[in-house]
Write a protein that binds this ligand. Structure first.
Ligand code: GDP
Length: 294
């Protein structure tokens, strides 16, 4: 539907092919195209500007080969730069402790419960003894949702529907895990529709109490610029270890990945690409770079 970036850059560069090096003038004409492509992909404006400044510096003086179009060459440079900015390569979770606790945080509707199920399924398929815990004390439906997922993937779900104390539930879940030989406890938490102080205090206290080896922040990639602000707020309070970007099966180009990585300086660790339990992937910066560029 849209012309891809390489095509656009080729047009901007149509006179350059085979003419030697990329020069300041040539780059200036294309930087705008690159910046627009990034902003179209939901990359934060400041981040997009930073990227294009780096690309300019990187591209200047590069030889343009006869066999490669300038558009292709620049797209390659942009893609490499974005990959580096998103951490270069994948970053694994830290799963330590007996049991290891993985805390799942994020706003309501971001995909926390669905992701908790997916992660449990993935870890189980790697031969790990994993257990899920429902710590959403506000929405009984969230507990039922997790139980349904647990049955589907054949993973135990610990819940105390009558208990309104999330810390107590989580601590009991950890005891239950120890008693039943479970090595990893995934704690699904309550979310609100917007960042609110009560929720933040609760999840901070929960983190303090269960001492997770990994705290993940789940965010909907379709929320564009808001995703960065939410990530910033959660990180200030929770100092999380990694980000899960959900709903990448939609038409979002994934610019949130770049913005969050550069603004919050925490790695994206997983992506979620659908409602089914199999729709989970480890985050690969190079693949996301290509998606952002379209
Ligand atoms: P929570 O409130 O954060 O626990 O969010 P849920 O896990 O309940 O997800 C909210 C809605 O988004 C549900 O209808 C999910 O099926 C859906 N959902 C979650 N992850 C994805 C995803 O990666 N892609 C799509 N298309 N839908 C998703």
């Amino acid at each position: 539907m849209f012309e891809n970036l390489s095509g656009k850059l080729d047009r901007a560069f149509k006179t350059l092919k085979g003419q030697g090096k990329i020069t300041e003038i040539n780059v200036a004409t294309t930087v705008k195209e690159i910046r627009r492509a990034l902003i179209d992909a939901d990359v934060n404006y400041k981040v997009a500007k930073d990227v294009t400044d780096r690309i300019k510096a990187e591209a200047l003086g590069r030889d343009v080969l006869i066999s490669v179009s300038p558009g292709q060459l620049l797209t390659k440079i942009v893609s490499e730069e974005l990959t580096q900015m998103m951490g270069g390569s994948k970053v694994d979770m830290d799963v330590k402790g007996d049991p290891a606790v993985i805390l799942i945080s994020g706003l309501q509707g971001s995909g926390k419960t669905t992701f908790s199920g997916k992660l449990a399924r993935m870890l189980k398929s790697q031969g790990r003894q994993v257990m899920l815990t429902a710590c959403d004390i506000y929405r009984p439906a969230a507990i039922d949702q997790l139980k349904v997922l647990g049955e589907q993937i054949e993973v135990d779900v610990y819940a105390e529907p009558e208990n309104k104390n999330a810390i107590e539930i989580a601590n009991n879940a950890i005891k239950h895990a120890k008693a039943n030989g479970k090595k990893i406890v995934i704690v699904d938490t309550a979310g609100r529709l917007a960042v609110d102080e009560v929720m933040m205090q609760e999840i901070e206290a929960l983190k303090e109490a269960v001492n997770p080896s990994e705290t993940l922040f789940v965010v909907d990639s379709m929320t564009g610029q808001d995703a960065v602000n939410t990530a910033k707020t959660f990180n200030e309070r929770l100092d999380f270890d990694g980000v899960v970007l959900t709903k990448l099966d939609g038409d979002s180009r994934g610019g949130a990945a770049l913005s969050i990585r550069t603004v919050v300086e925490k790695p994206i660790k997983y992506i979620s690409t659908g409602e089914k339990m199999e729709a989970i992937d480890v985050f690969h910066p190079d693949r996301m770079a290509n998606r952002i560029l379209g």
